[in-house]
Structures are given as C-alpha cells and as structure tokens.
Write a protein that binds this ligand. Structure first.
Ligand SMILES: [Zn+2]
Length: 104
C-alpha cells in the first residue's frame, strides 16, 4: 500500500524544489517516484511528430522520489507522517500521525 497517491497534496522536503507544494498527478508504480504538477520541470527537446505538434523545447515534470516528499494532511493541513489502520469493514486506510484523522 502506498503512502502517497494520485491527487494528494505534498510538500517537497529535499532537492531543487524543497519547500514547495504541489498536487501529485502521477505515481510511478514500483519505482517510488511521482510526478507533481508544475514541479521539477525539465526542458525536453521534442522532434516534430505531426503537423499539430511542432518541434521545439517543451517543459515536462520529471519524477521526484517519494522519500523526498511529505504528505499534506487534509484535516490538519500540515506535512505529516502516514500510518495505516484496518477499518472495521476490513478496508485498510491511511491515517495522519499528527492529528489521527483518516486520510482516505
Ligand atoms: Zn492530520
């Protein structure tokens, strides 16, 4: 089970984008990496593929390691650590270690 998922808001705690917040728009399975909207942008040179997508330099997000981000809890709005618990209905949910609220 993943600590960070798509559409989570996270705070970057290490690297070039340290201190910035963003929304996760893609989690890369098995690599512990994720793409955060508008963060860690890199310029890529793109060849012309067809008439509608011209050649040139485009900016794309590059993946950030999940160990370099912290989840922002929706309830307490702080960067927090995440633990897990089993609900009475058998579903495993994420829990904020700071305020104790379920995140899912
Ligand atoms: Zn919280």
């Amino acid at each position: 089970m993943q600590r960070i998922r798509r559409d989570d808001t996270v705070l970057v705690i290490r690297g070039r984008e340290r201190g910035k917040q963003g929304q996760v728009h893609q989690v890369i399975p098995n690599k512990n990496r994720l793409l955060i909207t508008g963060l860690n942008m890199v310029k890529r040179h793109q060849r012309q593929q067809d008439e509608r997508t011209p050649a040139g330099i485009i900016e794309k997000e590059s993946p950030i390691s999940t160990s370099n981000v912290k989840l922002i809890c929706r309830a307490c709005e702080k960067p927090v650590r995440v633990s897990f618990r089993l609900r009475t209905d058998g579903v495993k949910v994420r829990v904020c270690k700071s305020c104790g609220q379920d995140i899912d």
